[in-house]
Design a protein. Sequence first.
Length: 191
Amino acid sequence: MVDIARSEFILGGQKSGKSRRAEGIARDWLAADSAHQAVLIATAQAWDEEMRERIDRHRADRAQRVPGIATVEEPVALADALRDASDARTLVVVDCLTLWLTNLMMPAPLAPPRDAAGVAVAADGLCAAIAAAPGPVVLVSNEIGLGVIPLGREVRAFVDALGRLNQQVAAACERVTLMAAGLPLGLKDSA
């Protein structure tokens, strides 16, 4: 059984085991007490067929691995969704902050993108919701700043913004775990 912190931030590359770890924490939480509940806040949006298929696969896999978890889809108003789902007996998983930031900075057609100040306000609101959550919160995000400097101003701005968001959420959480090849590496544990 995984020791469950009041708040845990899980970072890693694509297919590093981030979501699986978050689901394992939710599964352990549900198994620990019949009064416990778990909610996953999904931030992905299906803008093309491949993404629809990916979301469907995630839903099916999650239903098998954590049958008792409820799902709420919220691509933008994440702080509000976290506040709404939070309860002392409910563990909330947010998967993932990378897609949430994408939705803020590169929204669907006809929606205005958030500038740096708008992203900062949204990040502050998220961190306040994490701090106010009466039950445990597990957040997932990608670590994308380890590679070469990307081409293009917009992509560099996104990598910078995600780096700032990840630092801010890491500071707000009791535990921070880096996933690599399915293995957790503890970066911070003040639980």
